[in-house]
Structure formats: C-alpha cells, structure tokens
Ligand binder design. Structure first.
Ligand SMILES: C=C1C[C@]23C[C@@]1(O)CC[C@H]2[C@@]12CCC[C@@](C)(C(=O)O1)[C@H]2[C@@H]3C(=O)O
Ligand code: AKG
Ligand code: FE2
Length: 375
C-alpha cells in the first residue's frame, strides 16, 4: 500500500513527457537562471491533491449536457435554452465529414508523438502566441498541468510545420486548412442562431458584429493530455472559462472534459462529465458571448481531467472579436423595457489581461453597477 503511494507520488511529480518540458517551454526569455529556478521551485509538481479535493463528477448525471441535432425544426429555441441553462451543448448532424475528422485526428496525433526535442524547436516564445507549449493558463496556477498544446493563432502553421517535418509538412497544413474551411461556417451559423434565439431579427444580426466577418477573429488550439499513472491527483487543464464568443471542441473520444453545473433545483454546484457521443462537437459559451447577451447566456466553467490508460487529444476552435473591436451588450437587448446594460464594452485582449490579474472576478469588475460604486 505504502509502496503504491510512494510510486504514485513520484509519478505525478515527474513530467508527463519524461522531460521537464513545461520548464523549458515557459522560461521567459532573458530571465536569469537563478531567478527562474526560485520561481519554479514553488511549483515543481503535477500533484494537485493538496490544492483541490478533486470532487469527482457523477458518472451519469440524469440532467446531462444537452445534445442538439442541427436538423431539429426547433433548433433556435433548443440552442437558446442550452446557452442559458448550461452554456455548453453537443451538436450532431453538423455536416463535417468523419473522413476529414479522421485525417485531422491523425495529424494531431502525429504532432504530439514527435520527440520532445523536435517539438521544442517550435516552442512559443515571449511575445508570440503560436507554437508548442504548456497550458496557456499555467501562470494562474501553482501546479503543472498534465498537458501539452500547440496553438495556431495567425494564419497558416506552415513555418512551424516545415521545422517539425522538413520532408512532409504539407499533409499537416492541408488538413488544418480543410478543417478551418469546414468549421468557420459552422461557428458563424451557431452564433447567428444564438442571436436569433435572443430575439434579434435577421436584419439586426446582419448589422451586428456577429454579422460582419471582418470583425471576427479565430484561432485553433491543439491539446494533448497523455495517459497518467495516477489520474486522480493531476489536472489536465485547470478550471477556466474561454474568453471569446464561442468555442467548438473536437476530441478523440477519450472522456475527460467536465463542466461546472451551477446550483439548481436538482442540487448544489457540481462537476458534470461531458458525455462522449460519436460524431458530435462540444460547443462552449465564452465570456464575450455572455457580455453580448447582457448576461443571458452562461459562460461555462470547464476543466479537463486525464485518463489512466488513454491519451486524450482535442482541438479547440475559438471564435472571438478582432483585436480592436470592443464588445458590450447588444443594444437590441437593453432599453427602458429590457433593462440596463450590465457590462461596459471591452476588447478580447483587455478581458484576457483582466482575467490574468483578477481571475474569476474579471467580469464582475466590468459590471456597470460595480463601476458606479467605485466612482
Ligand atoms: C485565441 C485564444 C483563446 C485563448 C487565448 C488564445 O490566444 C489562444 C489560447 C486560448 C486559451 C486556451 C486555454 C484557455 C484560455 C482561456 C487560455 O488561457 O488560452 C484560452 C484563451 C481564451 O479563451 O481567451
Ligand atoms: O480539451 C478539452 O477537453 C478542453 C480544452 C479547453 O477547454 C480549451 O482549449 O480551452
Ligand atoms: Fe477552454
């Protein structure tokens, strides 16, 4: 028994890649080695058990995440209800070919299967947000996550792909391009349906920032959670909300994503495991969609847990506003009858910065009521 414990502790104190990859990846350029080692000594562990009680989600929650068929005649209402009550839902009949998803999956697998020293050649550096690295939210937490990622934020990944696979980089780039072409219209369709469900007319949607594709920016984040010998003591990706409008998540069918269900008639706040349903994507409502809807849609807190036996792979496609676009509550949703706007307008970057200092209190700090109190 004691032996198992000791082995378990060793296991989670090691890097999942048999290499201190997060240290190398996240070393800020120009940080003196001594200073860096002082910063890192406080968090040289993947063991979260002393920080979190790891409340495990019920394997089957009768009131589970909605699964929405995009061919459903009641589609708009169903999406509106899911965005309000859950802030997350699964979509089926989304029109993206399984054959494309299989090729996409193979390339994600191929990327993370590369030796660590090859992946580190395309590591994110300070000031860039594309490339290989640890969890982007890692600076907010005192422990390492059981995670590695690859971000494609601006255009094509060709420069990185050429370094990773000098002799065959095009198969990766081609599949990323095909995936983007398929997923972008799906994202626009979902955001359009969300605004319809809030009562906006087609014309109002066309005139809103959701109707103007030049105001929307997107990015893709490939995620890998290696299998872990002691999964109950580690966290794949720590609890967070996404900051943009919506995220469409592909995954390889290994369970792990959990959402925080708010307190309701059925019970207290609790983690719910998102079920694995073949041929579906997960759609998350993010912070700026919550703001745009004037608080009607729920920006869901989620986290990713890991498996003892299987590597979980996922690809998050983030849709948000262009850098210079400020997002506030839609004017159609506020007024003498509907009520006052709850939030001041904010850009994507501004909100990300607020979250890095104020954590889950960032949105609260943008509340107009809160600003008036401070004035
Ligand atoms: C487009 C993006 C969304 C994201 C920041 C990023 O520039 C690329 C990484 C994304 C991610 C993934 C994990 C959670 C998250 C909150 C984070 O810190 O990095 C999201 C960011 C976001 O939703 O803003
Ligand atoms: O991989 C997952 O299950 C979740 C990924 C995620 O939340 C993110 O990339 O923001
Ligand atoms: Fe997320």
């Amino acid at each position: 028994m004691e032996d198992t414990k000791v082995r378990g502790r060793r296991a989670v104190n090691q890097s999942p890649y048999n290499y201190t990859s997060e240290i190398c990846i996240s070393r800020p350029q120009n940080t003196p080695a001594k200073e860096l080692s002082i910063q890192l000594n406080t968090r040289l562990s993947h063991d979260w058990s002393i920080l979190y009680d790891h409340p495990s989600a019920h394997p089957i929650d009768l009131n589970s995440v909605p699964v929405i068929d995009l061919n459903n005649p009641e589609l708009t209402n169903k999406i509106g209800k899911a965005c309000e009550e859950w802030g997350v839902f699964l979509i089926r009949n989304h029109g993206i070919e399984p054959e494309l998803l299989n090729r996409f999956d193979s390339q994600i697998h191929r990327l993370f299967a590369l030796p660590i020293e090859v992946k580190l050649k395309v590591a994110k550096t300070q000031g860039t947000d594309s490339g290989y690295g640890g969890a982007p939210i890692s600076h907010l937490f005192s422990k390492f996550m059981w995670y590695e990622g690859f971000a494609i934020t601006a255009g094509s990944p060709v420069d990185h792909a050429q370094i990773l696979w000098p002799d065959d980089y095009s198969s990766f780039c081609e599949v990323i391009e095909e995936y983007k072409k398929a997923i972008i219209p799906l994202g626009y369709r979902l955001m359009h349906l969300m605004l319809l469900s809030l009562g906006l007319t087609e014309e109002e949607i066309d005139n809103s920032l959701i109707g103007d594709s030049t105001k929307i920016k997107n990015a893709i984040h490939l995620n890998s959670y290696p299998a872990c010998p002691d999964p109950d003591r580690v966290v794949g990706l720590a609890p967070h909300t996404d900051t943009g409008f919506v995220t469409i998540l592909y995954h390889n069918g290994v369970s792990g994503l959990q959402v925080l269900r708010r307190k309701d008639d059925i019970g207290p706040a609790r983690w719910v495991t998102v079920p694995v349903v073949p041929n579906t994507f997960v759609v998350n409502i993010c912070d700026l969609m919550h703001v745009l809807s004037n608080g009607t849609f729920h920006n869901v807190v989620h986290r990713s847990m890991v498996s003892k036996t299987n590597q979980r792979l996922s690809a998050a496609y983030f849709f948000g506003p262009q850098v210079d676009v400020k997002v506030g509550p839609l004017s159609e949703l506020t007024g003498p009858e509907q009520g006052l706007p709850l939030y001041r307008p904010v850009t994507w970057l501004e909100l990300q910065k607020l979250k890095s200092t104020l954590h889950d209190k960032a949105l609260q700090s943008m509340k107009i009521e809160e600003l008036r109190k401070g004035a």
